[in-house]
Structures are given as structure tokens and as C-alpha cells.
Design a binder for this molecule. Sequence first.
Ligand code: SF4
Length: 554
Amino acid sequence: MKKKRSVIYPKLKNALKEWGGRLPVAIVFPEKESLAFSTLGWQRIYKELSEEDDFVVESFYGQGRKEDLFSVENNTPLSSFPIICFSLNFELDILPFLKFLRQLNLPLKSEARGEDFPLIIGGGPLCFLNPYPFLGTLDFAFVGEGEEKFVQLLKSLKDTYLTQGSKQDLLNVALKSPYVLTLDKKAKRAICVQDRFSPSYSLFISSRSAFPDTLLLEINRGCLYGCRFCAAGFIYRPFREIRVEEAKKIVEDIKPRKVGLVGTALTDWPYLKEFLFWLQDKKIKFSLSSLRVNSLDFEFLYFLRKTGTRSITLAVEGISKKIRKSINKKFSEKKFLEVVEHISRLQFNNLKLYFILGFPQETEEDFLELEDFFSKIEEARARGKEKRKKGLDLISVSVSFLVPKPWTPLQWIELLKEGELEKRAKRFKQIIGKFPRTKVSLENPLLSRIQGILARGDEKLFFFLEEALKTNSWVRAYKNCREKLDPYTREKGLQTSFPWEHIDMGVNKAYLYKEYLDFKRGKQSPKCLKGCEPCARCGLKKFYKEEELDENHL
Ligand code: SF4
């Protein structure tokens, strides 16, 4: 059945082109429709390809069921495309991706697929964090920020395709690119090649998105704070941000009813207030993702409340000061409680708080401090309510478990066993249970442990992927393979060479390891500076130019 969606980008009205003389490309987002609409990466590639006369591009999403094998635009069967690109964003996307391959009757391993099969390409953050567990299923992975470079790569394939080149010919062309990785090609390449930042924004605005009817607009990429568990702070260096004129132009062109600002530490964007006032003038609603406590004051919160914001999200992350120091999360408790008081005084409906559990240093003492912290939050909430009947209505606490990501200082850490994670989750819930109008939701500890295993896996982990496909469940596969997975959960040392070191991410290993030691010592690091590359601290080089990609990077 054809799925409807609202295409709002005007130039795309002509997106459905004849196949003759063009390279047909399928883009598959192996996840739910609501996530597809709220993920900017694949939409960006779709837009870039649609605007080029060289390509016909159609999109697919879903969990790899039969009905997902037909394009949204035209009901075209996925099997008719010579090039199929999968957008892979999170570890658990690997299972629906494999289901797509199975539905297409493709052998899982690329080496078993001959000339008659399409070229299967992977892209997205999972492919440049660590594609090794599933790399053997792809003809190749594209590593790095897509945008122009991926379009250039596909352009280089077009002529070969139109002159009846074989699949091997296409592969030979692709393998010349420094951004292409296969199990054989140990590519050393640079992520930080773009010499400008070109922000992404929603191409499709839909009521069925996780952010209904909202134009999502990327305000910045990378992060200066370097929280040690957070991949965004390490893999998107150097930090880049949108110019306010550009942000306004995008909104003016698209004329959405609502804009959702996407990025890290949004309140650090120097033009935030100017931009929000401008949106307010134009009667366009807006929403902001999680905010940093240190940059919030009464005046700004008042503005948000007055302009219709009902809910504020703050990331606390660690359950005690000691843990927050270890993970390099900086805010003062005094300031945090002041902000809670303002939020209550201004009668916001909801305060969402994010926490992460599963750091080895957590002890009962930290949980006692957490209880004390929530008591203080309760007092601040009550102070804000003084002399008024109403204050902050609800506090919603979301708890996730640590998934150590490649390229972060925590890539060496031990993964806690699910029993231990469950114990900590229970203790957390017990504490929150003591506070009125405060509710807690927790992620599944076992699924988080599985993500941790997949995040740091190598090509030998393929057996686990096959088992997940066979049992149609990560959890069942984990239970069947528990012992064999154990080595992927242990702490690693500086001497360990990780498979993803074949990719050049810009930051050097010695710097990451020092950050890991500081995590263990509970020592904080300073915030990065804007425009600091080349950087003596993390090893980030100045932006590479194409001609600088010498043999070491090929
Ligand atoms: S502030 Fe910390 S958690 Fe947030 S994006 Fe930056 S590095 Fe990541």
C-alpha cells in the first residue's frame, strides 16, 4: 500500500523523474516512519540527490517487512534498484537492516552476492563510529559526514553504470574514494574534510513524525563540552554552527508552522535569542531540545513560557557530583536548583530530567546523594510555588544506561552485567518513588548492554547478528550466545587495537586515553575553544583539503 507523506521542499515537486539516462538510487531507513521523519541525515542525502539531474532517488523505511519493499514515492520495488543505500544510525538498526536483505533474498555476506545483485551501501553515524560487525554484509560503507562527498561518490559511479559497467566495475570506481571502507580496504581517511558547515533540516514535515508538523533545523554540529560518554563531542570535531541569516533564510523559504532547533548545547548559540524573537515576530512556534543549566536565567525562561513552551528538558546525566566530575558534565547544583525554582514559579507543566546509569564508580553513597538532590529539587519546586496555587506540575525522569561508544574516552570501559544494572535501576526507582508528582521511565538494561556489545564489536561478531536474525530478537540471541559475547564486555587497555582505528576520525588515541584515565581519577577537562584546530590537545588537524589526502589517508 502506498504511504502518503507531505513533501514540503518546493524543488522536489519534480523529484519523480524518468529512469532513462540516470542512476537509480534507493535510500532505505530501516526503522519506523516516525523516526525516519525526525532523522535529518538520510533526508539530507535524499534532497541532494533529488536536486541532481543525474539521479532518480526513491525512499523506503520500516522494519524490513514485505510491505516495506516498495518505495514511498511510486511503489517501485526495492529489488529493481541497482544501488541501495541504507541509513544506519543506532546499533539496534542492524537487525531491521538485515531483515531487508533477507526479504530481498540476498545472501547476507557481500562476498556471496554475484554480479546480478545490487550494490549495497551503508552510511550514517553507525558506519563511521564502527561498521565492523556488519561491514561484511555491505559492498562498502561510506564513512564520514555525507552531504557533498557522498553525492560526489555516486556521481562517479553514474557513467560506469550508464555504459553498462559491471557491479565489479562500479566497486572498483568506489574503492578509489578515501571515504569508502570494506573489510579488505583498511582505509585511513579523514572525517574533517569539509571546509564549511552546511546545516541540515527537515525535508519532510509530517504529523506522523516523532516531532509532528515541525521543521527540524540543525543549529550546530559537534560540541565544545566533551562529556566523556558522548560521541557527538568527539566525532563531529571541529565544532561548527549555523549563521543566523542562513537559519532565517531556510525558515523563510519553507514557511513552517513550527521550528524544532536541533543541536548540542543550544543555549550557547550566540544568536539563539535573536532567532527566537524573530520566529515569535513571524508567529512561528518553536521547540528546543535539551538545554544546559548554566546558560538559563529567569528572563530567558520567562520568554520561553510566554511564547508557549510548556516543558523544559535538562540533562543531569550522573547521579552524584562525583560521577558528573568523572564524565566531565559541568554544572553547579546551586544554579540547577535556582533554575528549578524559576521553572516552578513560571508554572511550566513539565520538567524532564535525563540521567545515565551504569558507570562502574556508582556506589550506595552516590544513590544517597541522588535522594538528597531530589529532596532539594522538591524544595526548589515548592519555593517557586509560594503564594501561588500552582507551580511546576510534573517532573519526568528518564534513565538510560551507559552505551560506551567508539571514539569516546569510554571506549575502553567495562560493561556492567545486566543483573548489576537491574539492581541500580531498582534503587533509582525506589528513590523516585518517594517524591510526589515525579515519575520515572527506564530503558531496558539488557538492551543497553547489547548495544554496548554491538558498538564495540568487530567482524567476528557476525555470528551474533545471524543469531538475532534467526531468532528475530536481540535478547534471545544474547541469551543463546552469552558466553561468546563476554570478551566484548571487558575493560580494554591502551594496547588494544580497535577495528575502528582503521578510520581516521581526527582525534588521536593518546588524547582519548588520557581522558579515560581522568574519568577514572574523577578529574575534569576544560571546555574546547571555538576554531581551535589544529589542536595540540586532541590532535585535530586543520580541515583537510582533497589534495592533502595523501597515501596515508587512502
Ligand atoms: S554537552 Fe556533553 S552530552 Fe551534551 S552534546 Fe555536548 S558533549 Fe554531548
